[in-house]
Design a protein around this ligand. Structure first.
Ligand SMILES: Nc1ncnc2c1ncn2[C@@H]1O[C@H](COP(=O)(O)OP(=O)(O)OP(=O)(O)O)[C@@H](O)[C@H]1O
Length: 471
């Protein structure tokens, strides 16, 4: 069946004649003689094309009024072909303004073959429009899904500025360089760029450059031809070509060798890649670079090529560390706790604003990732969540951080006598766990796997002041 046709025609002989011909050409047809009957059939039949007469004897509405009703009250995509006897030029204009697909005069010039041609064209157009609408809906849904999966939370001025920069660069289809400490959200920002890029919906791949081995890097990025090296047992398309018309996200780009960076620069400048063992190929790949390196490291020639740096310098966007966007910490903690609480069915009753100072007392060196993992840890390990529970975990975190910062291995390797070095470590270790366990000896002993008496002896022999301790 090629399509559905609904006829509204009071001339039964003509209606029958048209119906027979179009049926013969594999269309499904319904015939009606007045407007009431027409609207009754219309709802159920859902035609592709409507053949509409203008003057209808015995009908509540004439053809033009029917057309008016179709335009104003029905948002479905029908194609209407008006077939009529004598109509005035102003009526023809009205028919056109009301959105009819075509107007055909009855009379001696009327040809059913021509009508068939118009029907076929109308149906083709309708299918194309439907496909276009379908694609648009799919595109909008994909965007919504993407935005939900990669929320970019933050209302601090710093993050607002970052979002603005990203939207501006994405909308003009420029390469971008995201820099920032680990966990500040460079990958989140890359996804945000993709959403605002005209390339959204086209391929988008992430390559972690530190995971690429130097020998295979060219083949991974630019592809290779079968037989071009020992293990190349078939042709391979590289990431640049896979993402042509789309976006390639090169994460940790400063971990690439200077040689590999020069090949990337060539690919950007010439919009062309050299396939390993093959020919040059034109590509149109937009690039997002990301690195944990600060600006001063980026301008160090031994880490990042000067020419590549100058090429991208104007498009650097810096993700601020969490400690510099304190306004966001409550928004983020609230988001993570809520998302993990539904995941692990833990109810959270918290007065978050009262926690702000405590949260900001810590520097969050792992940034948003650390905050996220902190929330996850609490949600998994605690049954009841309240401000005190959060404070307790925060204090433990602060203690651990101080311990790792103050007692780096360097402190012990500097002591040239092994016995003294071990003693120094043991002392720091015990002090750390004693403070973590509120100076309770039994609790500390259990936490570190010692007998209570052994711990007590060690405390004495290491000269730890045990006056504030309890058993
Ligand atoms: N603004 C934000 N809103 C919501 N989640 C965020 C935000 N920033 C970071 N995250 C979350 O924090 C975690 C780390 O983010 P991301 O991987 O983007 O950081 P990164 O800067 O790329 O880190 P790295 O340099 O270590 O790869 C992710 O789980 C991410 O979803």
């Amino acid at each position: 069946m090629k399509g559905k046709i609904l006829i509204l025609e009071d001339d039964i002989v003509l209606s029958e004649q048209i119906a027979n011909v179009v049926k013969h050409y594999n269309y499904e047809v319904m015939q009606t003689v007045n407007s009431d009957q027409f609207f009754e059939v219309l709802r159920q039949f859902q035609p592709d094309v409507i053949l509409l007469d203008v003057f209808l004897v015995g009908s509540k509405l004439n053809g033009i009024q029917v057309l008016q009703h179709l335009k104003n009250d029905m948002d479905l995509n029908y194609k209407v072909i008006v077939i009529s006897g004598e109509v005035t030029s102003s009526q023809i204009n009205e028919i056109r303004t009301l959105g009819a697909y075509h107007f055909i005069e009855k009379g001696s010039a009327f040809s059913i073959n021509q009508l068939l041609l118009h029907i076929e064209n109308a149906i083709t157009l309708k299918r194309q429009e439907e496909e276009h609408i379908g694609l648009q809906i799919e595109y909008i849904n994909l965007k919504k899904q993407f935005t939900r999966s990669f929320p970019f939370i933050g209302e601090s001025n710093a993050i607002k500025k970052v979002r603005e920069q990203i939207i501006r660069l994405a909308s003009v289809d420029e390469d971008i360089f995201l820099i920032g400490e680990t966990g500040t959200g460079k990958e989140v920002a890359a996804n945000y760029y993709y959403i605002y890029s005209p390339r959204f919906g086209k391929p988008f791949h992430t390559v972690n450059c530190s995971a690429l081995s130097e020998t295979l890097i060219e083949s991974e990025l630019f592809g290779h031809i079968k037989g071009s090296f020992t293990s190349a047992d078939r042709d391979k398309t590289g990431f640049f070509e896979e993402c042509s018309n789309g976006i390639l996200f090169l994460d940790e780009v400063t971990n690439l060798s200077l040689m590999s960076q020069s090949k990337i620069l060539r690919a950007i400048e010439n919009k062309e890649i050299q396939v390993v063992g093959g020919n040059l190929k034109k590509v149109d790949t937009r690039l997002i670079f990301a690195s944990n390196a600060g600006l001063e490291k980026l301008s160090d020639e031994s880490i990042f090529r000067k020419d590549l740096f100058y090429r991208i310098e104007g498009n650097i966007v810096e993700l601020p560390p969490l400690r510099e966007r304190d306004d966001d910490i409550l928004l983020l903690i609230c988001y993570f706790l809520t998302s993990f609480s539904s995941q692990y069915s833990v109810i959270d009753r918290l007065d978050l604003p009262a926690l702000k100072d405590d949260l900001l007392n810590y520097s969050w060196p792992g940034n948003v990732r650390e905050l996220r993992n902190f929330c996850k840890f609490i949600m998994i390990n605690e049954q009841k969540i309240n401000n005190n529970v959060i404070k307790k975990h925060l204090q433990q975190k602060i203690n651990q951080f101080r311990f790792s910062k103050n007692y780096s291995s360097e402190k012990y390797t500097k002591i040239h006598n092994l016995k003294d070095s071990v003693a120094s470590f043991e002392r720091d270790y015990l002090l750390y766990y004693l403070s973590l366990n509120n100076w309770r000896i039994s609790q500390t002993a259990e936490a570190i796997g010692l007998e209570r008496t052994t711990l007590y002896k060690k405390i004495k022999s290491l000269g730890i002041n045990h006056l504030k301790m309890e058993d």
